[in-house]
Design a protein. Structure first.
Ligand code: GLY
Length: 324
């Protein structure tokens, strides 16, 4: 068995090296369309303004995202870079800042989708990945699959070059959730990013440590393409909130299809799914950020709000927690 695993790791490594030797994808575009970058840092548990530490992080990410997009950086690259930085910040519930489950250890989920062609990558219930969003990109670009899960999935991705942390217990567990029933006064939830680049291409990504007190092995909506992350040639979306409801509703794809088939504004389609279906009918808390190729920017929440920030080619940086 061990022999087979080693052989397979060697084959995977060979595949990774040969793919790295291929010409890099052209990720700089020379179009002249107006760009947008919209980020979220999770659903709020209570009413609050943007905290100074989150303000500083979002401002920095939006400034560097604006610079990258202005120079022709691709939506996909900027989404990945923004989410990786949020994962590394340790002040949001993703990557380093991921919370622990009910058994006291961390399991992370993430996903990524390229609106140009529907290519997607995702990871679920990962215990040692340093950057789940980078591993999602690896899945998208270095395998024929979409979703890798658990210890064996993690090992396959490590063999393909994903970085693992040496000591997960000390790397991740900066935040221990409060006892059940008591309000959380610490990290926000899931993080996400959606972007539209100067070539008019869209991309979306999401990353999380999941819910406080989640059971070991529980997977939320974050790594499910079409439930949380979704991007096509018209829309890009990312969710935060009670993942079970987003999965059952196939929420992000449902919104994109409602907007397209019903020819309705993205905001209206998003509000209907977030507030009416997930909020009123399911009684679940949730929020979605979304952008349209036409420049529409949407933040919709059925709860106290969501930490968000955006920048466009023509505008200043906007940060907030309540719906704009
Ligand atoms: N939406 C994040 C989760 O349910 O895990």
């Amino acid at each position: 068995m061990e022999m087979i695993r080693k052989l397979s790791a060697l084959l995977n490594l060979g595949l990774a090296i040969s793919m790295l030797a291929l010409p890099a994808e052209a990720n700089i575009c020379d179009g002249n369309e107006a760009f947008t970058l919209l980020l979220h840092g999770g659903l709020l548990d209570y009413e609050e303004e943007v905290e100074p530490r989150h303000r500083a992080l979002f401002r920095q990410l939006l400034e560097s995202g604006r610079e990258r997009l202005a120079k022709g950086g691709s939506a996909l690259d900027v989404v990945v870079e923004s989410i990786a930085a949020m994962e590394d910040s340790g002040i949001l519930n993703a990557g380093k800042g991921s919370i622990v489950n009910s058994a006291g250890f961390t399991e992370t989920d993430a996903s990524l989708m390229d609106g140009r062609n529907g290519r997607s990558g995702a990871v679920a219930a990962m215990q040692r990945l340093k950057n789940p969003i980078l591993a999602s990109r690896l899945v998208m670009e270095r395998t024929k699959h979409v979703l890798f899960a658990g210890a064996t999935g993690e090992q396959t991705l490590a063999d393909l070059g994903a970085e693992l942390v040496e000591d997960p217990a000390s790397y991740f567990q900066e935040y221990v959730p409060p006892p059940k029933g008591e309000p959380s006064k610490t990290e926000h939830g899931t993080v996400g990013a959606v972007a539209l680049d100067r070539c008019g291409n869209l991309a979306a990504g999401t990353s999380t440590g999941g819910w406080p007190h989640k059971m070991p092995g529980r997977v939320g909506d974050t790594p499910i393409i079409g439930a949380s992350t979704y991007a096509d040639q018209r829309y890009a979306l990312s969710t935060t909130g009670v993942g079970e409801s987003f999965i059952k509703r196939a929420a992000s794809r449902d919104i994109a299809m409602r907007a397209e088939y019903l020819n309705t504004p993205l905001k209206r389609a998003t509000d209907y799914v977030v507030k009416e279906l997930i909020g009123k009918q399911d009684g679940a808390g949730g929020a979605i950020i979304a952008i349209g190729k036409d420049g529409e920017i949407v933040v919709s929440s059925n709860s106290y709000g969501v930490l968000y920030g955006w920048v466009t080619q023509s505008g200043d940086i906007v940060l907030g927690t309540r719906e704009p």
